[in-house]
Write a protein that binds this ligand. Sequence first.
Ligand code: 5GP
Ligand code: MG
Length: 200
Amino acid sequence: MNSAASAVPVRLTDLPVPAPHAGDVDAVLIPAEQLQERITSLAAQISADYAGRDTVIVALLSGTVMFLADLLRRLEFPLRLDFMGVSSYGGGTESGQLVYTKELKLGIRGRHVLVVDDILDTGKTLRSVTAKLAELGPASLKTCVLLDKPERRTGRFDADYVGFRIPNLFVVGYGLDYDERYRNLPFVGVLKPHVYTEPA
Ligand code: 5GP
Ligand code: MG
């Protein structure tokens, strides 16, 4: 089975927004407990597929910080961790030009590589990153994302492992930012409109 087919579809909830964040957050999309539950099963699936394989995990900065920490501690095969910095400049909620802000440190030729990102949107980032890594000659190359917004795709790209399939909304929290803020929210949610219209 294509692992992405097991992605859990989610919709906005009417759960109360936790008090410290209620001023800026409009609604909860994925509560903290549901994130943990899904990441546990995703990690079990990845661990079964990669059993015994020495693997390089390539995490993209900075949105993966929470997902990566929770996923990584549940992976049960030998691995090394490296980071790549990729930003789509432009700011706001629309992606612009891709810029690499940090390159890989580890060699990946002949290695199994699993790329981890926070969210698959237009697909531009992961298309570029996987093309770049493929040139380095890995033994295998797969991708894992916490969130997938398939409606936004501008070209063909599917991740091999997907946590949740979400509607076409700009989401923040659990590592994801708006203007570098909101990464600390323990859940995934959507912001109130005033956040986008008021000067920082
Ligand atoms: P793509 O290149 O697939 O269009 O977008 C991937 C990158 O755009 C993600 O790694 C993430 O940084 C950013 N992005 C896309 N959609 C969202 C979203 O809904 N919320 C946030 N915070 N970032 C997003
Ligand atoms: Mg990102």
